[in-house]
Design a protein around this ligand. Structure first.
Ligand SMILES: Cc1cc2nc3c(=O)[nH]c(=O)nc-3n(C[C@H](O)[C@H](O)[C@H](O)COP(=O)(O)O)c2cc1C
Length: 461
């Protein structure tokens, strides 16, 4: 009879699954159901909404390298969010008035350890310069290598990188060495499958050797339209190559809920699942059935509006997602669509308890000029609380960051505003009115290159 020792000696050694080390300030994509990067639909309020309903990680919208290079970083004293701002180009017209634009916004408390910044680039040096601007405030930098739209591919970015693997690899290597290592965060890439599985295999085999910690595969080819069913036959092969190199593999394409994501992860042997359009329609898809599952649209819209107002989100962007969140047949849909202010929206939707916050954010954004009916006294009076502890913390940690400088992590403030209930109403001094970039296209489109063609109504990276 074999002893335990001899049995152990003769048994095949268990397969050692390598894992690339996750940097100290980074995050492991394994066992995560995550919000996809979405231009327009992935601004701060929708990311907070997804997190509220259980998303494990959130990707920000693709932001083009040139738009972030030279951006100023500041903390908004009213809500503690970090804002990256810049002056837009005046399109060569010296007399054209320009207003500072907000390129990117981060909630350092609620997004801490959960935000991945996605970059659009076709140049290793520009990629590094841009990523360095935000690296200390995010948990990872993801490279967009899947957007098929001409505004992206014409500059060699997005899906065009799938056809220039040397360049793609050199960008990832530069990001790993110049940003990932010094800032101790992960670098990842989001690709599409290629029509020929051997080509996908060759590409992924190169990508996993660049030092990345994660790879997301959108299971559609570049020419495929968003409505075409995702193709999952290459997924096990991509997962195998990632796993052999110790890189986390996240699947994307037609994942509609947390529960479905978990089931698909088990079925295809991948480490995580990413949700885009289903989260756009109703972020409560991130909530497991056993925790309550999908929430009714009115609840989701209420929460979304709270986050929009707290974040001082541009009204056009808020309305863009409202038009998706409110079912088209509902009578409130038309009313919300025609609204010109936050006050109008809250009145149309009968969210009376939000009217004071709506009046306040309208004033901040300069929308009060469009009020058709002035708010009543009770709509505006609830502004007398002292500045919240959270905001004070944010200001203090900002001072600490300024003193420490570089890649040093800041002490993160506690959540700036609502944690699910009504939003905070602070009495910060009347703010300067702010402008925001049009989130309908990657930020650089709105700020750097006025000559670029308009992005189409829906992006399909
Ligand atoms: C409105 C919208 C904007 C998008 N913007 C981006 C983007 O900025 N970066 C990116 O990599 N993919 C982007 N995508 C693609 C999604 O991240 C995702 O890959 C695609 O929608 C497939 O996922 P789904 O089947 O869950 O919708 C966008 C998709 C939509 C609908």
């Amino acid at each position: 009879m074999a002893t335990l020792a001899t049995a152990t000696a003769t048994a095949p050694a268990p397969a050692v699954v390598p894992r690339v080390a996750i940097p100290a300030n980074g995050v492991d994509y394994r066992n995560k159901i995550v919000l996809a990067p979405m231009v327009r639909s992935g601004e701060l309020p929708s990311r907070l909404l997804a997190l509220k309903y259980g998303a494990d990680l959130v990707w920000g919208p693709e932001t083009i390298d040139r738009s972030m290079i030279g951006a100023e970083r500041r903390v908004n004293p009213r809500n503690g969010t970090i804002e990256f701002t810049r002056m837009p180009s005046n399109g060569g017209r010296p007399n054209k008035p320009t207003k500072e634009s907000i390129i990117y916004r981060i909630d350092p408390a609620r997004e801490k350890g959960r935000l991945i910044y996605q970059i659009g680039t076709a140049d290793p040096e520009l990629a590094v310069q841009a990523a360095r601007v935000v690296a200390a405030d995010v948990s990872g930098i993801d490279l967009n290598s899947g957007c098929p739209k001409p505004f992206s591919t014409s500059g060699g970015m997005g899906a065009a990188l799938l056809r220039t693997p040397d360049l793609l690899v050199s960008i990832l290597e530069a990001l790993v060495k110049e940003v990932g290592e010094p800032f101790q965060i992960g670098i990842s890439v989001k690709i599409r499958i290629l029509s020929n599985p051997e080509e996908t295999e060759a590409l992924v085999s190169r990508l996993v050797k660049t030092g990345i910690t994660g790879l997301t595969v959108h299971c559609r080819t570049t020419p495929m339209r968003p409505r075409e069913r995702a193709l999952r036959d290459q997924l096990p092969m991509v997962a195998r190559i990632c796993h052999e190199a110790g890189v986390a593999c996240v699947m994307n394409g037609d994942v509609t809920s947390r529960d479905e994501g978990l089931a698909l992860m088990a079925e295809y042997g991948v480490d995580g699942a990413m949700i885009a359009t289903s989260a756009e329609t109703n972020s409560s898809c991130f909530r497991a059935k056993e925790d309550g599952g999908a929430a009714p649209w009115r609840e989701v819209v209420y929460e979304y509006l709270c986050f929009c107002m707290e974040s001082e989100n541009r009204l056009g962007n808020t309305k863009y997602l409202l038009n998706i969140l409110i079912p088209g047949k509902d009578k409130e849909f038309k009313g919300a669509k025609l609204s010109k202010t936050y006050l109008d929206i809250c009145r149309v939707l009968k969210f009376d308890d939000l009217l004071p916050a709506a009046a306040r954010v309208d004033q901040i954004l300069g929308l009060d000029e469009k009020w058709e009916t002035a708010p009543s006294v009770t709509d505006t009076e609830a502004q007398s609380e002292s500045k919240s502890k959270a905001v004070q913390n944010a200001m203090e940690s900002e001072a600490a960051r300024a003193a420490g400088g570089g890649a040093v992590r800041t002490k993160t403030p506690s959540p700036a505003v609502h944690g699910g209930g009504p939003i905070r109403r602070s009495s910060a001094p009347q703010p300067a009115k702010v402008a925001q970039v049009d989130a309908e296209q990657p930020a650089v489109e709105a700020t750097i290159s006025a000559a670029q063609p308009q992005a189409p109504s829906q992006l399909t990276a």
